[in-house]
Design a protein around this ligand. Structure first.
Ligand code: UGA
Length: 441
């Protein structure tokens, strides 16, 4: 079986490399020739632990190739995974389906008989049924009846993309009743199914919804604990202890119960918004009004961090130097899309603060997105002369910083932990004023 992967971002590049790792011959396609040139050398344009070695291994072996040519992709693949992105539309909640639609339209005329197209992108419920019709309309007339569509959402986390793709919690496959989708995907994923990964077969809309519901649940869990952090701040309680105590209840569980600056990235924020927009179209908007609250609790954490920083700067940012540790939306990633850290940094700069940002991996991306911000090549250089240090993305490198060493170079020993990831005792012992979101001062 030969596989193509259309769209080689985080999802597609990882999927292509992992399919090669499973033993398939794989052709990755992207419309961006620069990205294809980098991938063809066995390198990724992004930072994703474990991905470059896997790519290099399979590009070198010849099992994995890349192209920008749709005809080549159509001729090559028995199964075509579509992994194009679905960003939020500018000024709207709804997601932009144009990349997915255009991938389907460009691929369809080149499909061979019995080709199976598998959607992996996160799409509004109802998209697969519509795309199936589009596929049938644009495929060569003599083989259109034989082309099959399946929907197979992806649950990988950035930073763990390879591990999550090769060892997923579950495989969800939305298929057309009576079609070949299930059988073909059982064959593709046979090595994983043999290892005991649950293989769940549903219809199209259920498969689409599993993905959006999962991300909405995760976002809700984070905003729940951040709402508790607000109450902790008002009442003098400690959200870290609260979260740890809640986690002992197995029905609640401790994962995604980390209070702090909240969620960002290219997925959770735009997925809950697109979900609300879609529910509105379906006349089910009431069912999801709580997601509006989830969104606003999340955004309020960023403003609260700015407020806390202003307090620590004596009521205003003018003439104050603020060190920002972290730019990525989370550690082990260079992704800065909707990054809470950069959002806070930009707000403080706008209010007159002299902000200096450092991140172990996301500097290039951060510079592109916020060219007006100042960046420092190391954490120590960012902190030099600072009146307050903001810890906004919880990289291990920041946990390893020695507060005594840092204390020698700052103007004032004040640290705000936006991720509740530093050890307060350690910092306080070294003479720092340590403050965190949702914890007593
Ligand atoms: C998320 C989901 O976790 C994946 O399952 C999903 O496949 C992916 O979106 C997607 O739709 O493609 P990802 O965006 O990589 O993955 O990041 P997460 O690990 O979910 O973190 C999201 C945000 O939540 C980060 O900003 C993180 O700092 C924040 N977070 C996470 C918290 O604030 N508290 C927590 O306890 C956990």
């Amino acid at each position: 079986m030969r596989i193509t992967v259309i769209g080689t971002g985080y999802l597609g590049a990882t999927h292509a490399a992992c399919m090669a790792e499973l033993g398939y011959e794989v052709l990755g396609l992207d419309i961006d020739p620069e990205k294809i040139a980098t991938l063809s050398q066995g390198r990724t344009p992004m930072y994703e632990p474990g991905l470059d070695p896997l790519l290099e291994k399979h590009v070198t072996s010849g099992r994995l190739r890349f192209t920008t040519d749709w005809a080549e992709a159509g001729a090559f693949g028995d199964v075509h995974f579509v992994c194009t992105n679905t960003p939020q539309r500018k000024g709207e909640f709804a997601c932009d389906m144009s990349y997915v639609e255009s991938a389907f339209d460009l691929l369809a005329p080149h499909l061979r008989e019995n080709a199976v197209v598998v959607g992996k992108s996160t799409v509004p419920v109802g998209s697969a049924a519509r795309l199936a019709e589009r596929l049938a309309a644009n495929a060569p007339a003599d083989i259109a009846d034989s082309v099959e569509l399946a929907w197979n959402p992806e649950f990988l986390r950035e930073g763990y993309a390879v591990q999550d793709t090769l060892h997923p919690d579950r495989l969800v496959v939305g298929v057309r009743a009576g079609g070949r989708g299930e059988a073909v995907l059982r064959q593709v994923y046979a090595p994983m199914i043999a290892e005991g990964v649950p293989f769940l077969v549903t219809d199209y809309p259920t498969a689409e919804l599993v993905k959006t519901a999962a991300n909405s649940f995760l976002a809700t869990k984070i905003s729940f604990i951040n709402a508790m952090a607000e109450v902790c701040e008002a009442s003098g309680a400690d959200v870290v202890q609260l979260s740890a105590a809640l986690a002992y209840d197995e029905r609640i569980g401790g994962k995604f119960l980390g209070a702090g600056l909240g969620f960002g990235g290219g997925c959770l924020p735009k997925d809950i918004r697109a979900f609300m927009a879609r529910a509105g179209e379906l006349g089910a908007d009431q069912a999801l009004t709580f997601l509006r609250e989830v969104d606003s609790i999340n955004m309020r954490r960023r403003s609260r961090m700015v407020e806390l920083a202003r307090e620590q700067c004596g009521g205003g940012f003018l003439g104050r130097r603020i060190a920002v540790l972290g730019a990525a939306f989370k550690p082990n990633s260079d992704d800065v899309r909707d990054s809470p850290a950069l959002n806070v940094a930009a707000q403080i700069q706008l209010q007159g603060g002299q902000v200096n940002v450092y991140d172990p991996k996301a500097m290039d991306n951060a510079r592109k997105l916020f060219p007006g911000l100042s960046f420092a090549p190391t954490a120590l250089e960012a902190a030099a002369g600072a009146h307050v240090v903001l810890h906004l993305t919880e990289w291990q490198e920041f946990r390893d910083l020695d507060p005594a060493v840092l204390g020698e170079i700052v103007a004032e020993r004040r640290v705000l932990d936006g991720r509740n990831a530093l050890d307060p005792q350690r910092w306080r012992t070294a003479g720092w004023t340590y403050r965190a979101l949702g914890r007593p001062g």
